[in-house]
Design a protein around this ligand. Structure first.
Ligand code: NAP
Length: 306
């Protein structure tokens, strides 16, 4: 029997593990399908405090894991497929491995949606990104494209104009989904242009191992054209990893976990931290902060029932 079972091993899950294990709570972490989470596919991280020289995403996650292990958090590989949340102690299971725990912290994160074309996956991290805050800095005085028509696309495009000489928003319709205020922000920005009714056919140039442009197709006319850009930022939405919690805890209309008091979910004793409950900030440091909060919430809850 564990005091705390943590599902997920990104910054939220591992920070929660550092706090709970250091508070002498018997802690297990299930690493999940992508151990280390989204930072494992990030190269240079320049905005995580305490690393003035920057740090590679995988190295940052390796250190967080070492720190959690140092305080005796048990870190297991394995992807949770089944949870029993009717009452504490809860059960969580990988199919072959089942544990019981008095509290659970869900830190399964979310994944950025991608277009799913071959050139996109080949050039990911080489000019193709889904995080302007992480990678915008690398595109000083360059022309870039942002894909999407929602609030994220406008926010990312506006942020990117701090660095880029020009940002073209590529949207598949002729009307934005983003709020009026955000739309105005984009229309008023001299560095932002739009390619309406357009979808990406291909990102160039896989043979050069870097982004040199995109082939756009106008969905109304069928015409194609090449837009020279050096960066492509996807902003077509995120999907929280909450499939296994459907029907077990309250989710919102976009499947993010609903938390009411601090990190408490609709099931007392089950907490949620990081991108699985946050669709606004999505940063390593905010996820880590959230993990810390969930650990303290779990500690206090256990104090109440012990
Ligand atoms: P979203 O609102 O779901 O918008 C996704 C956009 O991507 C839509 O314009 C959609 O086109 C487009 N899209 C989806 N799949 C595509 C594909 N395969 N190919 C091309 N385009 C595709 O997602 P979001 O912008 O990430 O926003 C998520 C939530 O966070 C929203 O509730 C938003 O209001 C909120 N948010 C708020 C702020 C803020 O207030 N500062 C900032 C960011 C996000 P269609 O329009 O044609 O469907």
């Amino acid at each position: 029997m564990y005091d705390v079972a943590i599902i997920g091993s990104g910054p939220a899950g591992l920070t929660a593990a550092i706090y709970t294990s250091r508070s002498e709570l018997k802690t297990v972490v299930f690493e999940g399908m992508s151990p280390g989470g989204q930072l494992m596919i990030t190269t240079e991280v320049e905005n995580f405090p305490a690393f003035p020289e920057g740090i590679q995403g995988p190295e940052l996650m390796k250190r967080m894991k070492e720190q959690a292990a140092k305080f005796k958090a048990e870190i297991k590989s394995g992807y949770i497929t089944e949870v029993g949340f009717s009452k504490s102690p809860f059960t969580i299971s990988t199919g072959s491995d089942e544990v019981t725990a008095k509290t659970v912290i869900i830190a399964t994160g979310s994944t950025a949606r991608w277009l799913g074309i071959d050139s996109e996956s080949k050039l990911r991290g080489k000019g193709v990104s889904a995080c302007a805050t992480c990678d915008g800095f690398f595109f000083k005085d360059k022309e870039i494209a942002v894909i999407g028509g929602g609030d994220s696309a406008i926010e990312e495009a506006s942020f990117l104009t701090r660095f880029a000489s020009k940002v073209t928003i590529i949207h598949r319709r002729d009307e934005l989904r983003a709020s009026e205020t955000m739309q105005k922000k984009a229309f008023d920005n001299e560095k932002i242009e739009f390619a309406w009714n357009s979808v990406i056919e291909e990102i160039l140039d896989v043979s050069k191992d870097k982004v040199t442009g995109i082939i756009l197709k106008n969905v109304k006319t069928g015409e194609t054209k090449t837009l020279p850009v050096e960066g492509v930022f996807l902003a077509i939405g995120y999907d929280p990893a909450t499939d296994i919690f459907k029907g077990k805890i309250e989710l919102d209309e976009k499947n993010y976990i609903v938390t009411k008091e601090n990190t408490q979910t609709s099931v007392p004793g089950v907490f949620a931290a990081g991108d699985v409950r946050d669709h606004l900030y999505r940063q390593g440091i905010t996820a880590a902060g959230d993990g810390c909060m969930a650990a303290i919430d779990a500690y206090r809850w256990l104090g109440g029932i012990k």
